[in-house]
Design a binder for this molecule. Structure first.
Ligand SMILES: Nc1ncnc2c1ncn2[C@@H]1O[C@H](COP(=O)(O)OP(=O)(O)OP(=O)(O)O)[C@@H](O)[C@H]1O
Ligand SMILES: [Mg+2]
Length: 445
């Protein structure tokens, strides 16, 4: 064994006896090869994690029943009627890209050609380049997907585009952005697709918040010219999307009214319903060949702590899975969840720890009560719930002290402590969870 803990084997591989990852877990026992003369870290050869499969849900897609029904109706209508274009809006990580991928599958069933194109973020004034990029990307996807290949043709629209000024694409040689040019080129693409047996084009513009005003207006006038293209734009919005009406309002700030009317089907994506969040985790675990399982309460708590926001559900479950994968019984427990929360929500952990360290015993009681009853609660009720054998009078005077404390908390932590005439609420399930765990741990020690 050398100083790094490596034991050479006769087949050129090594055992590594001292490898631990960043949280101190030992490496598994399989032999391995060196990379550039160095042992690979545990992370690079651990088991595949079912919560790491790229950015879109793909085969693990769950829920979103209403949204997929809306989309599938719009897609089916494309074959019969004038298209009814779609806006999808949601905050970071709520599943917009996953929904677009789902739409590709739906289009295939109707023999409609579908392409998801990411709108590039470009400097102000680069609308022409942005529109050119969208068309060019569409053409290369068509080529990659082998459009025409089945019929023995060679798809040559991309080749034509690449010819630049000598080609027949208007958008390629344009020096200014025009809806007419875009319409002509899109019609040509749609026509080619028809020739190859497709019943239309589903164009899915992801990251559409980057669309510049002129690009959007050119798209609008092009869309008025053709009935064989259905356009879906997916926008990342900054505020939560509790209802479709709010999406509409949010969109109005981004899209002018006529464009808003053109994209008249509006789909708002918020967090998962609790059951769908749990299914999102269970579907991936069901596919796991390493036999890792999660205690059911852990699954439920992950969804609760992350408020069911898909990106966070997956991120937290990923960490929990890794921790469970190196234990003998390969089952994720509350201890694993706690470690995962500690690592994923470091800032919150630090801030809650600081808060508890500086709190008096009475303030700790107030925090404990709030963490156990985080929904809006009358302060006197909180006192009554958490302390026994107090007279009404004592409860009242204690409530005055706690109310003062909650007012101060709201000033320091407005992002999670909300005081209103109805009482006090702890608005962040991560903070509530950390508070409960820290207090429980301290009580036990
Ligand atoms: N319906 C779903 N079923 C299962 N998993 C999902 C679903 N929606 C999203 N996810 C998962 O949640 C994570 C975020 O999803 P996705 O990338 O689609 O969100 P997004 O809204 O496009 O994010 P961004 O704002 O970063 O573009 C991914 O890991 C994805 O697999
Ligand atoms: Mg996305």
């Amino acid at each position: 064994m050398d100083s790094r803990g490596l034991i050479p084997r006769s087949d050129g591989r090594f055992y590594l006896t001292r490898a631990t990852d960043c949280v101190g877990r030992r490496s598994p026992d399989e032999p391995f090869r060196l990379r550039n003369g160095e042992p690979r870290t545990w992370h690079t050869w651990r088991m595949p994690n079912p919560f790491f499969e790229g950015r879109a849900a793909g085969k693990y897609f769950v829920g979103r029943g209403t949204e997929t029904t809306q989309l599938s109706s719009r897609i089916a209508e494309l074959l019969q009627d004038a298209p009814n274009h779609v806006q999808v809006a949601g905050m970071f990580g709520t599943g917009k890209t996953s929904l677009l991928h789902k739409a590709i599958g739906m289009a295939e069933e109707h023999k409609i050609y579908a392409a998801r194109i990411e709108v590039p973020e470009m400097a102000e004034g680069a609308a022409l380049a942005q529109a050119q990029h969208i068309l060019r990307t569409l053409l290369s996807k068509m080529e990659d997907d082998g459009v025409g290949r089945e019929q023995g043709f060679r798809f040559d629209l991309l080749h034509d585009w690449e010819k630049g000024n000598s080609g027949s694409f208007e958008m390629c040689k344009a020096t200014a952005l025009s809806g007419d040019d875009l319409a002509r080129d899109l019609r040509r693409i749609a026509h080619t697709l028809e020739e190859f047996g497709y019943h239309g084009l589903l164009c899915l513009l992801d990251e559409a918040q980057y669309l510049q005003g002129p690009t959007l207006r050119a798209i609008k006038s092009a869309l008025f010219e053709t009935n064989s293209i259905l356009m879906v734009i997916a926008l990342r919005v900054l505020t939560d999307v509790p209802s479709v009406d709010v999406v509409a309002e949010d969109m109005l700030t981004l899209l002018d009214d006529s464009i808003n009317r053109l994209f008249s089907t509006r789909i708002g994506l918020g967090p998962f319903e609790h059951g769908d969040g749990e299914r999102c985790i269970q579907r991936r675990l069901a596919d796991d060949t390493d036999g890792i399982s999660f205690e059911s309460e852990v699954v439920s708590d992950i969804v609760h702590i992350t408020r069911g926001i898909p990106h966070h559900v997956i991120g937290l479950a990923h960490l929990v899975y890794d921790l469970a994968a190196v234990t003998p019984d390969r089952t994720a427990s509350q201890d694993h969840l706690l470690s995962a929360v500690k690592s994923r929500f470091r800032l919150e952990w630090k801030s809650v720890s600081g808060l508890l360290d500086s709190a008096s015993p009475d303030e700790r009681d107030a925090l404990a009560a709030l963490a156990e009853h985080p929904q809006v609660a009358d302060t006197a009720d909180l006192v009554a719930l958490s302390t026994h054998s107090l007279t009404d009078r004592e409860i009242e005077s204690q409530a005055v002290l706690w109310s003062d404390y909650f007012d101060r908390l709201q000033e320091i932590y407005p992002e999670w402590c909300r005081v209103s005439p109805d009482g006090v609420a702890l608005d962040d399930p991560v903070v509530a969870y950390i508070l409960r765990q820290r207090l429980r741990f301290e009580d036990a020690s």
